[in-house]
Every structure is written in C-alpha cells, then in structure tokens.
Write a protein that binds this ligand. Structure first.
Ligand code: GAP
Length: 444
C-alpha cells in the first residue's frame, strides 16, 4: 500500500475525511471532513489567523460574500482568462487538462487518450469559474459566479478597509474561506477538488518596495511550513516563468511539495502589481487609490499575495505526520507495528484522552470529573472500551499527544499514568496536577 492509500484509509477509518454523498454512490472527488478532520482543519485555520492577523499590527481580516457582482470577475480578468487548456478524446469523450497529460508523460496534446487510446482533439481554453443564477430567472441578466479566489473581495473592499481602519502602508488584508473552480480533472484525494478552502492575504506596498516585501513573505511562508511540521527536504521553491504565470502576476513563486503522486503545487506567492486595483478603478469608476496621510499624495498600491490552500495543508500535514514504528504488545517480548500521526501538538484534533482501565464505577467516579475539567482547557477524548493496548493504538492513529490512564492504584494514590504519544514513555502524575502538566507540555 503506498502512503497516499494509507492516508486515505486512515482518514476514512478514523473520521478525518469521508467520500462526499457516499450513500448515493458518491460524487466524484467531493469530500466531507469528519469530526476529527474538521478539528484538524480548524486548528490550522485558527493558527494561521492568529499568526498572520491577530498577532500582527499590519494586518486586518475580512469575510466577503461568496457571490459578488459579475462585474468584479469581468474587471479582474477571470471571465476571459481564468482558464485551463482542455483536450477531449474524440472516441470516449473523456476530458483532460492538456498540461497534466504533458507532465504525466502519458502523451502530448496531439497524442492518444490515456483512457481508451482514442485520438485527442485540439486543446481549447476551458473557463474555471462556476456559473450560477441569482433569483427566479435563469438568463444572461441574472448570471453570476461563485468566487474563484478570495482575493477579489479584498481588492474591492480595499478603499473601505483603508478608510475605516486607518492603516498606513504597508499593510495587509487577510481572508479565509471556500472558493469554487470547475476543474477539468480533479483528483488525488483532497489535493484537487472543485470546492476548497483558501487562506490568503493581499499585502499592499509602495511599488518601489515590492521586491523587499516579496522576499520577506517568502521567508514567512518557510517559517509557517516549519511550524506545520513540514520538512524542508520535502518541498521546493519554483520561480514560474513568463507565459506560465496567472494573468495578473509579474512574478510568481510556487512552493511545490513531493506528494506520493509527484511534485506539485502546495502554495503560491505572487506579485500582482496594481493590476487588480487599477482594473476595478477603471471598471467601477470609484477611486481605489491610497492617500498618504503625510504628503496627501494619492496612488495605487502594489500587491504581494501569499496564498495557502487549506485542504492541501491538511493533506501535507497528514503525510508529514504519518509514522510507523514498533510498540510492545500484551504478549511478553512481542512487538507490533504501530501507526502514529505525529502532528505538532497545536494541530492535533485531541490533545489528550482519558482512559479508565475498566468500566467499574469506582474508576468512572474519578475519570468523569477529570474529563470534564480537561475538556474546558483543550479538546479531550474519553474511551473506556476494549483493551488498553487497542485504545493506545487508536489514539496514536489519530495523533493524540497524551493518554491519561486510570488504574486501580488510582483509587488509593489519586495518581494517573500519562503516556507520551511519540516516546511512549509513561509518567505517574497526581490527578490535581494533570491539567497543568499537559498545558505545560502543549506550550512547548
Ligand atoms: N488568489 C490566488 C490564487 O487563488 P491559485 O494558485 O490559483 O492562487 C491558490 O490558488 C492555492 O489554492 C494553491 O496554491 C493551492 O494550494 C490551492 N488550490 C488551487 N486549486 C485547488 C483545487 N482545485 N483543489 C484544492 N486546492 C487548490
């Protein structure tokens, strides 16, 4: 079984990610986050927001509408240029992204269909914006688009944010949320889907300073990846050549990760110049310029845009966390393979699990109040079924850093055993000290 298969199985078995609409046979490449997946994803989202918005004085957040005026997407260039090259097989009519055929080495755009060997047609541009209709009629007047990126909300709200928050350049506007793209060939689990979550910010700067800020944000992206536990040798920085970049970008760097299915994009960093603000100013007739509070000079700021795909972050976090090692079994001297998700503590869905050795009332009387106390401080699980070995395995597989076991000694000594996920070392701790002990460990 390759790593991707192991991760997908674990995700399903342990409640991280399920196939979407499964009871109806599924909807191709749609995925639902289960109870543990949603905690993992939320921890990443919150950590990103704290790090890049709340802890900084030069960043503010917004949450814009998912459906914006269609004029936004015309002015931004997405209606005309947000497209991938598509080729269709003349025999089976399956559609492919022309660039993915080339990179897979399965054939060129003039070659044969990878599915049936039929002849492939000419490449044509396929627009990725999802169309929808507003109101009761479905005609050209009521046509709108689901947002294809978060960025446009931050551009159209730029004058309102600059005015209400009285920020001075350089400063950024950040957002997190769902975007939609009518991808030709989604796939590889949550890597490429038609709806996904983004976390990104537009950082507004003076034109002369763009390079300095670009380099700064690249370093910050490296630091974020390290914080997420992503090893440096697993990802690469690629300068995107002229002609390959998105229509709005003068310089783009892709951070590419070595997924089990190949080296592909994880994040992007783009220098969007004043392209978007200029286009919105022309199209709307509204003044999008920034006014320097000292000189009263008015000008359009330039923009650096670091963008972080949230679902790809979840996927990479799971790939990085996955470990197999050996653990002792109940049989003297025997060992078994243990699967352990070594998430950074801040990312783990549960921080601890309370495991009374038996369901007996004497233990439950102590375990339940402890569980209630810990739940107020961090996400905590409670499990009193099956053997303790099986319970440890389950918590290891979902990445719980600390298992707290109550045994029959607990009734006499008011102490529990705290087991460390990574080292499997166990320590005896007084119940009254457990919360602080774990909080201290989590803070490292
Ligand atoms: N505002 C810039 C922007 O949206 P992008 O490179 O088109 O840039 C940003 O997308 C990020 O979104 C990518 O770096 C990737 O992490 C993620 N992403 C793109 N397409 C995706 C898809 N179909 N499914 C999941 N994530 C995707």
């Amino acid at each position: 079984m390759d790593l991707m298969e192991k991760i997908t199985n674990l995700a399903k078995r342990r409640g991280f990610v399920f196939a979407g609409s499964e009871i109806y046979g599924g909807l191709a490449n749609s995925w639902d986050y289960g109870p543990l997946g949603v905690e993992l994803k939320k921890n990443i989202k919150d950590e990103w927001w704290n790090r890049f918005v709340r802890q900084r004085t030069d960043m503010v957040g917004i949450d814009a509408a998912l459906v914006m005026s269609p004029k936004v997407w015309e002015a931004s260039g997405h209606v005309k240029q947000f497209a991938d090259p598509l080729v269709e097989c003349k025999k089976c009519h399956e559609r492919f992204r022309a660039d993915s055929l080339e990179s897979l080495g399965t054939g060129s755009i003039d070659g044969k269909c990878p599915s049936c060997g039929g002849e492939l047609g000419e490449a044509r541009q396929f627009n990725l914006l999802f169309k929808t209709f507003l109101g009761a009629t479905e005609d050209a007047q009521s046509q709108a688009y689901l947002r294809g990126e978060l960025a446009q909300g931050m551009f159209v709200d730029f004058p309102a944010v600059a005015q209400t928050m009285r920020r001075r350049l350089p400063f950024g506007i950040a957002a997190q949320g769902r975007v939609f793209r009518n991808e030709i060939t989604p796939g590889n689990f949550i890597f490429r889907t038609r709806e996904f979550d983004l976390m990104e910010f537009e950082y507004f700067v003076r034109e002369v300073e763009w390079e300095k800020h670009f380099e700064y944000w690249l370093e910050e992206m490296h630091a974020w990846l390290a914080h997420c536990g992503v090893k440096k040798e697993h990802y690469y920085v690629k300068d995107i050549e002229d002609g390959e970049r998105a229509h709005y970008s003068k310089r783009t760097i892709d951070i590419e990760y070595d997924y089990p299915f190949g080296r592909k994009e994880l994040y992007g960093l783009a220098y969007r110049t004043d392209f978007d603000l200029k286009n919105h100013m022309e199209a709307s007739g509204r003044d999008m310029r920034y006014t320097d509070p000292e000189t009263s000079e008015k000008f359009l700021p330039h923009v650096i845009e670091p963008t972080f795909g949230l679902d790809r972050t979840v996927l990479v976090a799971m790939l990085e966390a996955y470990h197999e090692d050996e653990a002792p079994t109940a049989e003297e001297g025997e060992k078994e393979v243990r699967v352990v998700m070594k998430f950074p503590y801040w990312m783990a869905p549960y921080k601890a699990a309370v495991l009374p050795l038996s369901k007996k009332e004497e233990l439950a009387k102590i375990a339940e109040p402890l569980y209630a106390e810990l739940r107020k401080a961090f996400m905590c699980d409670y499990d009193e079924t099956q053997s303790i070995g099986k319970r440890y395995r389950r918590q290891d597989e979902i990445g719980t850093p600390f298992c707290i076991t109550l045994d029959f000694e607990t009734i006499n000594d008011n102490a529990v055993t705290v087991r460390d996920r990574d080292t499997m070392a166990q320590e005896r701790i007084q119940i009254a000290d457990v919360k602080d002990y774990i909080l201290k460990k989590l803070a490292v």
